[in-house]
Write a protein of this length. Structure first.
Lengths: 184, 766
């Protein structure tokens, strides 16, 4: 007993025949072959399966695929534009935020959702925005720095978007306790 | 950032601008685009999905397993039970061959599978697993140290598995005794003796990638995909258990999505291999996170420490008695006990030491390697003992460490590698960073602790390096890049040595049919041992380029130096690439180099070999404690690791801070809880909490000591575990400094701290 699901994934209209009890995560990975979205806890605690549904970040393991019928879904595969990394991806790369990398798709999608609602977040807002995304490598500092940096890159005039690599990493937190805070 | 090394005869850092920099991670683009394929992402046509069948008890007698209903579930292809496996049941394990492919007759821990179902879809496999009817009855189980050690306790392991072992009739798997000097003589002449008993609970690795396995018939052999840290070890296990030559067992090991020790040794790969051969089709098993909790954990421990100090604060003797609660099958747990005990007196020069440690079997999830490898448990005890001693002696904790630390070159464990770093430098820098000696803000307390771990005691790594005709490079290495960044390190070495830009280097890993032998990825060894192999392979290429240059230029080879990508001839210098283009000649081709990295064994040594290097870390923290709730806030966190040489600054920082934050997990919040029957109560992410972005210290500062005194390339040491070692004792010391309470159990959860605060208040009233 299957049902038909139509949705837009990464700007591409898709129609697939699915089992009605399958989650959006299962459909993305198994039926659409988009394995960038990761499976870990399946109870909405780890954030590895985070995707955007109509602009909102959701744990795709908790969404029945049929609920996403007619929705616009963005997965990690949809972040890069025409093969070029977007600012978040580039910042994650430049700050060494991806270690084993398994949580990174979810971190990126949560960060994307955060920056869409709050383009210049404070450090505390980034911590809140990513609180549902576990990283056992615990590269949290680099992830937070990357998100703050991406926000800065997005806000900067295009000409000035050359990445200022490692500035945050090299800052001396003892000398400048607020070094990690984004300029307001 | 990449390897255009200038010729700096000083040999200083300017000579190697790529080494020590922070080039972007090799493999990073796949990680930020979702294109990196982990085992569960590998598409394999015609694969069957596997679901394990377990019973809900820590120990059970297994009767008839009725497959009939399961086989009627549409899509179910195969139900594998012990009857479908060879008899006697094949067993495996890195230390003892005690783990059955499927539990036979009796399950020994909560989650020990008795059967497995393979079906066309995961839904069908899950339904099939529910329809496998297992006749079982619970048996008495032992799930605590006291339970396992009690007289008349049920035996976890069949005594016939180790017939000549005097402990075989008990639940003690092994007892280890180490030591030197005369404790009694030393004890006669001490100022104070400080002692206490400390507990370290069961915790779990919780890699975000749950363990996943694929097996497929491969010609007359088998191909197995596993996110394993030890592909060659797994190849050997599978070959042995299947009766195949090594060459017919192909292990493909995509980069693990985090491992932390939990993915070292075979778990369900043998089962999957038997199922694939029986089904004649690929089979795949992706564990749920809950099943991962039932596959790996860290050993719990109870540690008694007794230390004697002279009035000047110098240690006169130390006695340690440690019991580790390991699981139902030995896995590598006993080795973690041995290694965690051997150095547990600490990085101090102590005239007399006596250590006894036991591995105690129980009906619990098999404990195995977990970052720190048996050391964090005893370091928690020993460094807390140092903190308690500092108060008794009236000597500041920093000063007490400085007075006792072994000096570089000093033998501090007779028969082992002498101290290989200036450890006082790490302590002094951590103390300075945290502001030791200046008053802490009101209500805040500070704590400091050190951690020492022996690196690998043996090692063997081979590497192949191909310098292609255009000067680009392919490196072949059997290391697993599980996030520590080994791929990047090897690329940096090759880029530097052969004069290629970093993005002209490809590092091939993860396929035993392609890459040469590597013993294993563990003990923070890879930058050192595989790094040396890659370096040696590059030097082999350089030697061949030198011969080319000698022939082309008609200069004696002895007058030519090839290093850092350059060919230095008398009076001039050329890039390797220029010599290569001419030297390869009209047929082109390439230059291949082979390299080996070794750490020799020492059969006389209690661990089978001396330490290749030591990981040393000093951690200093500043905390406050909410007196009403017991909640600890970490305001400042300073970690200083002696890394010899940081080959990649960003990755060193990532590993150092990652280890620190992981350590905050077992220090503040993590613990596996068992119910009265011995089943895990907090199975999964809802009830087992690990640190998130909301649990970070308000500031974390990571520093490295770099004196180039390691045995790896350019003076590097391994460093990925050091910062985890002293987290708990440093935090507990700061809590004591802030509140006056001494806590000897982990985690320092709000409830535990709150209770300690109430006890303190009650005592004050008395």
């Amino acid at each position: 007993m299957t049902s038909s699901l139509s949705l837009t994934v990464n700007d591409r209209p898709r129609t697939v025949s699915i089992e009605p009890h399958h989650t959006l995560l299962e459909v993305l990975r198994a039926d659409l072959g988009l394995t960038g979205t990761k499976e870990c806890c399946l109870v909405g605690e780890c954030g590895a399966c985070t995707v955007l549904v109509d602009g909102r970040s959701v744990d795709s393991c908790l969404v029945l695929a049929v609920e996403a019928n007619g929705s616009e879904v963005v997965t990690v595969e949809g972040l890069a534009l025409a093969g070029a990394l977007n600012s978040l991806q580039q910042a994650f790369l430049d700050h060494g935020a991806a270690q084993c990398g398994f949580c990174i798709p979810g971190q990126l999608m949560a960060a994307r959702a955060l920056l869409e609602t709050s383009p210049r977040p404070s450090r505390a807002e980034v911590e809140d925005g990513l609180a549902g995304n576990l990283c056992r490598c615990a590269g949290y500092e680099q992830i937070i720095e990357a998100v703050l940096d991406a926000a800065e890159r997005d806000a900067a005039p295009t000409a000035a978007r050359s990445p200022d690599r490692g500035a945050a990493a090299e800052a001396d937190p003892a000398a400048t306790p607020d070094a990690n805070l984004a300029p307001q | 950032m990449t390897g255009r090394a200038g010729a700096d005869p000083s040999g200083g850092r300017g000579h190697e601008p790529d080494i020590g920099g922070s080039p972007n991670r090799v493999g990073g683009i796949g990680r930020v685009t979702g294109r990196q394929q982990y085992v569960a992402d590998i598409p394999l046509d015609d694969a069957l999905h596997v679901k394990l069948v377990t019973v809900d008890a820590p120990r059970a007698r297994i009767g008839f397993i009725d497959k009939a209903a399961a086989l009627r579930v549409p899509g179910v292809h195969l139900v594998m039970t012990p009857d479908d496996l060879p008899r006697p049941m094949p067993r495996f394990g890195p230390q003892f061959r005690d783990r059955p492919v499927l539990a036979v007759g009796e399950t020994k821990f909560h989650g020990d599978p008795v059967a497995a179902v393979a079906a066309e879809t995961l839904d069908a496999a899950e339904e099939g697993a529910r329809q496998v009817h297992v006749a079982w009855e619970p048996l008495p189980a032992v799930t605590t140290l006291d339970g396992s050690l009690a007289a008349g306790a049920p035996l976890v392991q069949d005594p016939e598995l180790r017939p000549d072992d005097p402990f075989a009739g008990t639940n003690v798997l092994r007892e280890h005794r180490y030591g030197w000097g005369d404790i009694e003589a030393a004890a006669a002449d001490v100022h104070v003796v400080v002692e206490g008993t400390y507990e370290f609970p069961m915790v779990t690795q919780f890699a975000i990638e749950p363990h996943a396995y694929v097996a497929a018939p491969d010609g007359g052999g088998i191909a197995v995909w596993s996110a394993t840290q030890h592909p060659n070890w797994l190849q050997r296990v599978l070959a042995t258990i299947l009766g195949l030559p090594l060459a017919r067992v192909r292990v493909l090991s995509p980069d693990p999505g985090g491992a932390f020790g939990g993915k070292q040794h075979a778990k369900y790969e043998p089962l999957l291999a038997f199922m694939a051969l029986r089904a004649g089709r690929p089979v795949r098993l992706v564990l749920t996170l809950e099943e991962t909790f039932q596959a790996v954990r860290r050993g719990a421990a109870r540690v008694h420490v007794r230390s004697g100090f002279r009035d000047d604060g110098r240690l006169a003797f130390r006695e340690i008695d440690a019991d580790y609660l390991i699981g139902a099958y030995a896995d590598i747990a006993d080795r973690t006990v041995a290694k965690g005990s051997y150095t547990s007196a600490g990085p101090y020069a102590i005239p007399a030491v006596r250590i006894r440690a036991r591995s105690v079997l129980s009906h619990t999830v098999p404990s195995t390697a977990f970052r720190g490898f048996g050391n964090p448990q005893q370091i928690w005890a020993v460094e807390s003992n140092m903190d308690e001693a500092s108060r008794v002696l009236g000597i500041y904790p920093v000063e007490l460490r400085l007075r006792n630390l072994a000096n570089r070159g000093e033998t501090f464990i007779p028969g082992d590698t002498p101290a290989d770093g200036i450890w006082t430098e790490a302590v002094e820098r951590a103390a300075r960073r945290i502001g030791w000696g200046s008053p802490a803000p009101a209500g805040h307390g500070r704590g400091i602790a050190v951690g020492l771990k022996s690196g690998p005691t043996t090692g063997l790594s081979h590497a192949t390096v191909r310098l292609l005709a255009d000067g680009s490079v392919v490196v072949y290495s059997g290391t697993s890049d599980m996030g520590q960044g080994a791929r990047t390190i090897f690329a940096q070495i090759a880029a530097h040595e052969l004069g290629a830009p970093l993005d002209w280097v490809t590092v091939v890993m993860g396929d035993t049919a392609v890459v040469p032998y590597d013993q294993q990825t563990s003990a923070s060894r890879s930058s050192v041992i595989m790094g040396n192999a890659v370096l040696a392979a590059c030097r082999d290429v350089q030697a061949k380029v030198r011969a080319m240059a000698a022939s082309l230029e008609d200069v004696p080879a002895e007058a030519i130096v090839v290093e850092a990508g350059r060919v230095r001839l008398p009076g001039r210098e050329l890039p390797i690439r220029d010599v290569l283009a001419r030297g390869l000649g009209r047929l082109g081709g390439e230059v291949t180099g082979l390299g080996e990295g070794r750490k020799e064994a020492d059969p006389e040594h209690p661990l089978g070999g001396t330490a290749a290097f030591y990981e040393f870390n000093c951690t200093a923290v500043e905390v406050s404690v909410d007196e009403a709730t017991g909640d600890i806030t970490v305001h400042r966190y300073v970690t200083v690791s002696d890394v010899g040489r940081a080959l990649n600054a960003a990755q060193v920082r990532g590993q150092d801070e990652g280890a620190a934050i992981m350590g905050l997990g077992h220090t503040l919040m993590e613990r596996l809880l068992l119910d009265a029957d011995g089943r895990i109560r907090n199975l999964g992410a809802i009830d087992y909490k690990i640190p998130t972005t909301l649990d970070l210290p308000a500031s974390i500062e990571s520093e490295v000591v770099e004196n180039g005194d390691g045995p790896g390339p350019y003076g590097a040491k391994g460093m990925s575990e050091g910062a985890l070692l002293p987290v708990a004792p440093a935090i507990a010391a700061a809590v004591r400094d802030a509140t006056g309470v001494v806590i000897r159990d982990l985690p320092l959860s709000p409830e535990r701290v709150w209770r300690a605060l109430r006890e303190r208040d009650a005592e004050a009233v008395r």
